[in-house]
Design a protein around this ligand. Sequence first.
Ligand code: DON
Length: 327
Amino acid sequence: MASPFRSYLNDLYNKHRGLKKGRVADYIPELALASADSFGICVVSTDGQTFEVGDCDKTFTIQSISKAFVFGLALEDHGRKYVNSKVGMEPTGEAFNSIILDEATNRPYNPMVNSGAIATTDLIKGRNGTERLKRILEMFGRYTGRAHDINVPVFLSEKETGHRNRAMAFLMLNFSMVSEKIDETLDLYFQQCSMLVNAKDLAMMSATLANGGVNPVTGIRAIEERYVQDVISLMLTCGMYDASGEWAYRVGIPAKSGVAGGITAVASGKLGIGIYSPPLDAKGNSTRGIKVCEEISRDFGLHMFNTATPKHDLVTWMNGDHDSLGW
Ligand code: DON
């Protein structure tokens, strides 16, 4: 039985593949090698159906999308109270790499900007860097259902050029917001950003969050259920950097983006969306990715506050066939 949702995604892909807006990130030299034409859209429903179009097997580095998930692991390692003492939960309204801390508490503002992510990475338990990295990679494997590797040239490129991140880490050390193992933690942060994923992985990761923390295909729990809402709510308020407010207003699906051009978006209880398209807007979010999420949200009524009858009924479009819809 053909699903009309597949045809819908094909049309969406064809509609936006020609979009030329945005620039491929080049502040980390290795990232500049990506093709501006790469484009993949994948949707995974909480009942485990996968819909994909375009370059969904092409791997790229996860970058900042890792921040949401590593925050979840830090919560599992230490609990809310301790994690919240090291990293806040307020949007900054500033760029992802801004060097600011909350003046009242000396905490980084939230785990989705670089400073906050370095603080959460610092919290990941393990006897040494190797063990901590292994725990992070295994955690991602539970979300995606497969094993993950690091792109070593990207990692080295980040490490070589990440002076700003190093500066933030030392500023946070000054306020005892991070431990003294700064070099190990920064390596770990650069490694987690350099982990390879594809659009399918991103859709599976958000579908897992949408499904209460259990991967809808493998049935494996990736994160304790009680922390799922922590991760998703910070994705909503801070996941798209200084565009998070506009995203919440226009799209209304909690999401996290990365500078390699990935976006993962969580429609709780329904589905996860994974997109890969490297050209970014001025705020660091994938230009095609924004358009795609906006349209899927509008057409299927996925905005978290939508109460109007959507243009298309999600369940019918995912499960139905063309005939039943009179095509
Ligand atoms: O810290 C950095 O510069 C990157 N490795 C992570 C950046 C990122 O994805 C932020 N994005 N929009």
